[in-house]
Design a protein around this ligand. Structure first.
Ligand SMILES: [Zn+2]
Length: 812
């Protein structure tokens, strides 16, 4: 069932929105434009892997590419003919991508929004006569949103035509805008038609405007016309906490590796024992450690891949292996072991020629090395039929962890399994307050999420005594910070391979277990959960152990994901979670948050969180990058958010910090990256600015949780228009005073939680409309996100009638 929804969500987008409250919530958004360039140097110099921009024909191809093991997830955006994104790929992988039909984009390629008014569809479609309207509502405005950033206004418009799928001729759409009250429409622009996997999605446009329009008019080339009001997106945010007098912030002076993060977390718990403590997660990681390895004996069929039984740092790195060519003829294959020195005495035939195959040598190494070698095998998928060559000298095995990448921090990384500390902050840590889990850096190379989370923790403890708003948060919530949930992978990213995404666990069979594959091993922790997982056949996780989205050998195979489940099962007051990632400037929740009150609550929360992000330096997370996660182009089977939402009812957000920022100097959007330079032009992409602005958003999430916990107010709702006498059929819908779910009946029965739930019909649409043709009585009640029921009605009891009632009487 969920698979279906994932797919549909990308195509038809059934996000089910209800209530006038939600309709008033700012929606829709702008495209951050191209995001080439800048700040990626660290990702381009490793093993020939580099970041490339790609274009796919749509979600179907995205699934295929993911399944084939490619690491494509961040910075995805819709373009007219499908999806553009980024991949970290080697030259070989780029060839494979091309074979899958993926287009590799050059620096100057890719979709860009047209800037200037072009006269609209007449320009594009010629002087074709406009056909008369054949049916109503041919054209529909889905969103029309105004926002400003750094002095520049933008209008984002999304509209649909019922003729959008028509291929010949393709139906064009144009948008015009007014310039305020009582001004005429004008400035006609051609809208871009978006297609995904051959399926019409919508038309869109984003453009700069200096004056906020009040209304837009959208016209299709087949004659549909409609107008729509323009809404504000993230305008007029209240001042963020860090603009309050005396409020302290800006605590982080650079990127932090896991040891630094954990040390600071423990220090905070020591310094502020009345409001902070450390909880240790029970499952140690599999460790920053690797077996010592070498590929010896030749190439291809003659190569032998050798792995030590002991971890490199526990003796594996001391092992040497030599393939010895002894004088003589007719000699058998043998192995001599002295201490950590292994000498493989190669066989010779009667003519005195070397005669041991790679397969034979592998076998004797596994069986006769006195336990030093527990894995030896031919290279990749070879059978090992080639005769191995002698080595010129002993080959030292290595775990490669001593090989530091350029720019690695000073110091040594502790080897072996790590225990992950959770920094818990709250005045009352006894379960009485709503818990909030901030989980950063599931993905190793995402460095900004860790500093953003630590900055938020610092703001809580430093301002607790002096700032009323902070005090409220700490008094009324119970916050759990996991500053890095992937310390092994993060260390590998800091010290060895900057682009590391997964943890360090090597689950690969022999074909992918040679050391040249070491940067591709590991499990994508955010694909290792149980709900809608790749193991259940859902899209977005890979079964290939070298894939960037490898889901692991089974659900919850990894200690890091087991720990999260342990935490939320032990601390059942956790009601909110934020899975913090980078980069892309997106805020989303699990696909299928289709229970109406949840969807509305998410939207309302998102608006608050992103307004606070914007308040720092006017970074706008554009509304098209906000919503249910498939809607934001993020198909991720087995992710943590879905598990926590569906299994435990936790409001689970995901966000990609560090998105595009508008550069007023150039008039362009500058794209983000995983590890942007820490300091930089405060107006442009930098680790420091991202940390500060997204910490603002996390602080707002805490306030939302605190208010949620204090929400004792019942929602109210109305049927619009209300009950009464009508002399013709009438359309009615529900409205609520706050994000809330409505349960209703029309058969005279008492409404319960099993009654039909009022839902929206389509993505980003107003709630369902009832076309009432005969006299009908509605009974209903509403429930808000905190579980308060309208008028204190108890739907579980089988008596009591303080639900709402309205009768629509149709007199004929
Ligand atoms: Zn991520």
């Amino acid at each position: 069932m969920r698979r279906r929804r994932l797919r549909i969500a990308l195509l038809a987008l059934p996000a089910l929105v209800v209530s006038s409250v939600l309709m008033a919530t700012p929606s829709a958004g702008a495209d951050p434009g191209e995001s080439t360039a800048a700040g990626r140097s660290q990702l381009e110099d490793e093993d020939g892997a580099r970041l490339v921009r790609i274009e796919l024909t749509g979600a179907d191809m995205l699934d295929k590419v993911n399944d084939a093991g490619f690491d494509i997830e961040h910075g995805l955006k819709r373009v007219p003919n499908g999806i553009e994104g980024e991949a970290v790929a080697t030259a070989d992988e780029i060839a494979d991508l091309k074979a899958l039909g993926v287009k590799i984009l050059g620096d100057d390629e890719g979709f860009e929004w047209p800037e200037e008014a072009d006269g609209g569809i007449a320009t594009t479609f010629g002087a074709r006569s406009v056909e008369p309207l054949t049916h109503q509502d041919t054209v529909r405005v889905v969103r029309a949103d105004w926002f400003t950033t750094k002095g520049q206004g933008f209008l984002y418009v999304e509209a649909r035509t019922t003729e959008g799928q028509q291929a010949s001729p393709i139906v064009g759409m144009q948008v015009e805008n007014d310039s305020g009250k009582n001004t005429p429409f004008g400035f006609a622009r051609t809208m871009s038609r978006f297609i995904d996997s051959g399926q019409y999605m919508f038309h869109r446009n984003l453009f700069k405007l200096d004056t906020r329009p009040r209304q837009i008019k959208v016209t299709s080339s087949t004659g549909g016309v409609t107008t729509g009001a323009v809404s504000d997106w993230l305008e007029d945010a209240p001042p963020p906490l860090n603009e309050r007098p005396g409020y302290k912030d800006n605590f982080i002076e650079g990127y932090k590796h896991p040891q630094q993060l954990y040390a600071r977390a423990k220090e905070i718990a020591k310094q502020y024992p009345d409001i902070a403590e450390i909880i240790y997660l029970p499952n140690k990681t599999n460790g920053y450690q690797r077996k010592a390895q070498a590929t010896i004996g030749g190439t291809g069929q003659s190569a032998v891949v050798v792995s030590s039984a002991a971890w490199g740092h526990e003796g594996g790195n001391d092992i040497t292996v030599e393939f010895v060519d002894r004088p003589g003829a007719g000699l058998p294959l043998g192995v001599e072991v002295t201490g950590k020195v292994i000498r493989v005495l190669l066989a010779k035939d009667a003519a005195g020629t070397l005669a041991s195959t790679a397969a034979q040598v592998s076998t004797v190494l596994e069986t006769q090395s006195q336990g030093l070698i527990d894995r030896a095998h031919p290279y990749r998928t070879n059978a090992g039929t080639g005769i191995v060559a002698a080595t010129t000298s002993p080959v030292a095995l290595t775990d490669f962890l001593d090989q530091k990448r350029a720019g690695a921090p000073e110091g040594e990384v502790p080897r072996g399994p790590a225990t992950i500390p959770v920094l818990r902050i709250g005045k009352h840590r006894d379960g009485r307050n709503p818990g909030v889990l901030i989980q950063a850096q599931d993905h190793a190379r995402e460095w900004v999420p860790a500093t953003t989370s630590l900055e938020s923790a610092e703001r809580l403890v430093h301002n607790y005594k002096t700032d009323q708003e902070t005090k409220k948060i700490v008094n009324d919530t119970d916050i759990f910070f996991i500053l890095s949930n992937n310390p092994d992978g993060a260390n590998y990213s800091f010290y060895n391979y900057a682009s590391q995404r997964k943890n360090l666990t090597n689950h690969c069979p022999d074909a992918d277990a040679d050391p040249a594959r070491r940067d591709s091993w590991g499990v994508d922790l955010n694909r290792n959960y149980r709900v809608g997982s790749g193991h259940d056949g859902y899209s977005g996780g890979s079964s290939s152990c070298t894939s960037g989205t490898y889901q692991g050998p089974e659900e919850l195979s990894e200690p890091e994901s087991k720990n999260i489940v342990w935490l939320v099962e032990k601390y059942t007051n956790i009601k909110f979670m934020m899975s913090v990632h980078s980069n892309g400037g997106q805020l989303f929740w699990q696909p299928g948050a289709y229970i109406a009150d949840d969807e509305a609550f998410y939207w309302q929360s998102a608006g608050r969180i992103l307004s606070q992000v914007k308040a720092y330096r006017e970074t706008v997370v554009t509304p098209e990058n906000v919503g249910g996660s498939s809607d934001v182009l993020y198909s991720s089977a087995g992710n943590v958010r879905e598990d926590l939402y569906y299994t435990y009812g936790i409001y689970a957000f995901g966000w990609e910090v560090g998105g595009s920022v508008y550069n007023p100097a150039t008039g362009d959007w500058q794209g983000g990256s995983f590890q942007p330079a820490w300091e930089g032009d405060p107006n442009l992409v930098s680790g420091h600015s991202e940390t500060m602005e997204y910490a603002n958003g996390i602080m707002e999430m805490f306030r939302i949780a605190a208010e949620w916990g204090k929400d004792k107010k019942d929602p109210t709702s109305d049927l619009v228009p209300g009950g009464g006498r009508f002399n013709r059929p009438v359309d009615v819908h529900f409205e609520t005073s706050e994000p809330a779910t409505i349960y209703y009946t029309t058969d005279g029965s008492r409404p319960t939680l099993q009654s039909p739930r009022y839902e929206a019909t389509e993505f980003r649409e107003p709630g369902q409309v009832f076309h009432v043709t005969e006299t009908t009585t509605f009974h209903w009640f509403s429930v808000d996100a905190a579980g308060n029921v309208e008028k204190n009605y108890d739907p579980d009891k089988n008596h009591g009638n303080n639900y709402r009632t309205a009768t629509i009487t149709i007199s004929k």
